[in-house]
Design a protein around this ligand. Structure first.
Ligand code: FAD
Length: 306
């Protein structure tokens, strides 16, 4: 039986595992893909105190740091069910089952993709998903933001202060963002809003993005916009399907946590992009992971026999 079992091997999970192991308790990490989203990232410039690094480099550093401690790392294993109880059970797709006194859920999230030609090819070469991360890379350039919900409009307002021009593309006939955000957006001189537009292709010169093609859903015509960057803001999907019905989730699938990272299930804590904590960032996930582990440890010393 583990004292603390961490599910997920991204920044949040790695951080939780290290904080747990440093308490001298029996710690395990089960991860489908150790490193998480960081593995898919190229330049990282906002991991404070490290001026610049690359995703795979940071992922290796995470793994080395975890392996510096006595942590049982079970990589390439997917959790598919959580069974609450005094001893909590985590069932794996492989058929194995792990038992733990406390669990930290850190299964992260993934960006919803447009699924159009060119999107995958030009990912990290003009196609981006995080304005806080990649906005400054497009300083003085032209970009598009796909999606007119709150995150898309927030991204467009944010980017308008950095880039030369923003084209906001919305599929529907109107934006869905809060009125106050829409007012702010429409007050900006360097933003064009295009509604009823279905993005059909990301175009590029082989090395990087040079434009975006969309169909005007009213006229049926295909149009091309020349630009250097595309920020896709059509949703973030938490990896929490396997927890439905066991742990309280929001209607967007985020694990509900309190200020200590406690979920609705006693002994189960959560951290990182999979939770309700706002702003999905590496540094935030790491802070939340350490916090959840400390809360889990606190739970452990209050509930388990000496
Ligand atoms: P994740 O990194 O998503 O890790 C989740 C972990 O859980 C993985 O190990 C995964 O395999 C595992 N997992 C999922 N489901 C299961 C399951 N059922 N069973 C077992 N394991 C499971 N942030 C920044 O701060 N700066 C940046 O520059 C930056 N750039 C980014 C660029 C891209 C392209 C992307 C996609 C994200 C970027 N981010 C950036 C965001 C950052 O990567 C995330 O906020 C961060 O990785 C979240 O950490 P996490 O540990 O919560 O989740």
């Amino acid at each position: 039986v583990f004292d603390m079992l961490v599910v997920g091997g991204g920044p949040a999970g790695a951080s939780a595992a290290i904080y747990s192991a440093r308490k001298g308790i029996r710690t395990g990490v089960v991860a489908e893909r150790f490193g998480g989203q960081v593995l898919d990232t190229m330049g990282i410039e906002n991991f404070i105190s490290v001026k610049e690094t690359e995703g795979p480099k940071l992922a290796t550093a995470l793994e080395q740091h975890v392996k510096n401690y006595d942590v049982d790392v079970m990589n390439l294993q997917r959790a598919e069910a959580l069974v609450p109880g005094d001893v909590i059970e985590v069932k794996l797709t492989s058929g194995a089952s792990l038992k733990a006194k406390t669990v930290v859920l850190a299964t992260g999230a993934r960006w919803r993709e447009m699924n159009v030609p060119g999107e995958k090819e030009y990912r990290n070469r003009g196609v981006a998903y995080c304005p806080h991360c990649d906005g400054p890379l497009f300083k003085g350039k032209r970009v598009a933001v796909i999606g007119g919900g709150n995150s898309g409009v927030e991204a467009a307002i944010d980017l308008a202060g950095i880039v030369s021009h923003v084209t906001l593309i919305e599929f529907d006939s109107k934006l869905r963002a809060d009125a106050v955000l829409q007012r702010k957006l429409h007050s900006l001189p360097n933003v064009t809003v295009v509604t009823q537009a279905q993005t059909t292709e990301v175009t590029g010169d082989g090395a990087k993005v040079n434009g975006l093609r969309y169909t005007d859903r009213q006229s049926g015509e295909s149009r091309h916009v020349e630009l250097e960057g595309i920020f896709v803001q059509i949703g973030l999907l938490p990896n929490t399907d396997w927890l439905k019905g066991t742990v309280a989730l929001t209607n967007r699938g985020e694990i509900e946590v309190d200020a200590r990272g406690q979920t609705s299930v006693p002994g189960v804590f959560a951290a990182g992009d999979a939770t309700t904590v706002p702003y999905k960032q590496i540094i935030i996930a790491m802070g939340e992971g350490s916090k959840a582990a400390l809360s889990a440890f606190d739970h452990l010393i209050r509930t388990s026999a000496p």
